[in-house]
Design a protein around this ligand. Structure first.
Ligand code: TPP
Ligand code: MG
Length: 368
């Protein structure tokens, strides 16, 4: 039925958008359960495994920052604070599901199966970090902001056509939702009905630019509405909520052959990358407010209270990570130095003429 124009109120229209996107939460900042029904969907073992993952992720992040400072890696985009958004959503996946990560999703990519030494090689700028087995269900971490969304949509489209019962999960950031690739990707995914889960990790900033300066949208989840896809906002510091949301999204995506957009409200505790100084654009007060929401603290509080966790386990995990990282660095250092030819050889399955010419040129140069 048509609506009377006399009822039109532009301000109310815009306010209404936000009302439709309430933030989902299971475990609050104090580690208190606010959604018993969803909590009951998880076994003790699942919650302990989730805790192990996020503690592992934090420890690896701290370790990788040190490795970068020691000069072992060319750069690194820190991920501390975003563990619930990354490892929580990854936990919602099953064997064979495909991951499309970004430059900040290195730890979670390793958890998905990427060998650690290759992840490090990627951050060293070595082509060996980009060479995967053909059936490894992951794309090389994307540096082009939002560039992964169109690729992810394509992989999900292929999964649907081949009738494979797996989903694709793509990670992206808040800034990425201002890019054309993001809109094109989610629009296609909606129009063609593909099993894609897009996780928009809204950490509040695109390097130094706050979200409210780059978009007038109150939530990023509402951007999915234009593509006609199920879109939700989740507490990105609540590992149980992100786990539950991703698990439900996976089930829906496969059953209905439809994409889902999950915006996770999160924060990076560290700098954008190791060449950034966050003190130039954000305050200590803001950082400290977000630290109160730390996903590790809230899940620890819950599990310790239930008698399922001891803090000493965290020390053990840290030691394991230090050992794993040391072995990975040793393995990386044994790899032969990269040649430009290796890089060019790895670009296309069927090489265009200009690449063939460059390969010949560098072969002569690098052999000589
Ligand atoms: C297409 C493109 N434009 C610009 C850049 C430079 N750049 C690298 S990271 C970044 C910010 C991205 O912010 P966001 O999407 O919020 O992700 P976050 O880094 O916060 O995880 C920009 C602009 C890029 N890599 N790609
Ligand atoms: Mg961001």
């Amino acid at each position: 039925m048509a609506e009377k124009l006399s009822k039109l109120n532009f301000d109310k229209l815009v306010e209404g958008y936000k009302d439709n996107f309430k933030m989902y939460q299971v475990l609050d900042e104090k580690g208190k359960v606010v959604d018993e029904k969803t909590m009951k969907e998880f076994s003790d073992d699942e919650l302990v495994a989730l805790m192990e993952d996020i503690v592992w992720g934090r420890a690896l992040d701290e370790r990788t920052i040190i490795l970068n400072r020691q000069g072992a890696l060319a750069n690194y985009a820190t991920a501390g604070g975003q563990e619930a958004s990354q490892f929580g959503t990854l936990k919602g996946l099953e064997e064979g599901d495909f991951l499309v990560p970004g430059y900040r999703d290195i730890g979670v990519s390793i958890k998905h199966g990427l060998p650690m030494h290759q992840a490090f090689m990627w951050y060293r700028g070595h082509v060996g970090g980009n060479k995967y087995d053909k059936d490894f269900p992951m794309m090389v971490p994307q540096v082009v902001v939002a560039g992964g969304i169109t690729h992810a949509m394509g992989v999900a489209f292929a999964k649907k056509r081949k009738n494979e019962k797996n989903v694709v999960l793509a990670f992206t950031g808040d800034s990425a939702t201002s890019e054309g690739d993001f809109y094109e990707g989610i629009n296609f995914a909606g129009a063609f009905g593909v099993p894609l889960i897009v996780v928009v990790q809204n950490n509040g900033y695109g390097i130094s630019v706050p979200v409210h300066e780059q978009t007038a949208a109150e939530t990023l989840a509402q951007k999915g509405v234009a593509a006609g896809i199920a879109s939700i906002q989740v507490d990105g510091m609540d590992p149980v909520a992100t786990y539950a949301a991703a698990r439900k999204a996976r089930e829906y995506a496969l059953k209905e052959n439809k994409p889902v957009l999950i915006e996770t409200l999160t924060y990076r505790f560290g700098p954008h990358t190791m060449s950034d100084d966050p003190k130039k654009y954000r305050t200590d007060e803001e950082l400290n407010e977000w630290k109160k929401k730390d996903p590790i603290v809230r899940l620890r509080t819950y599990l310790v209270e239930k008698g399922l966790w001891e803090e000493s386990r965290e020390e053990e995990i840290k030691k394991e990570v230090t050992k794993e990282a040391r072995q990975a660095i040793e393995k990386m250092n044994q790899e032969p130095e990269m040649k430009i030819v290796d890089l060019l050889e790895n670009m296309y399955e069927v090489k265009p003429q200009n690449i063939k010419e460059q390969i010949e040129k560098y072969k002569a140069k690098e052999q000589g």
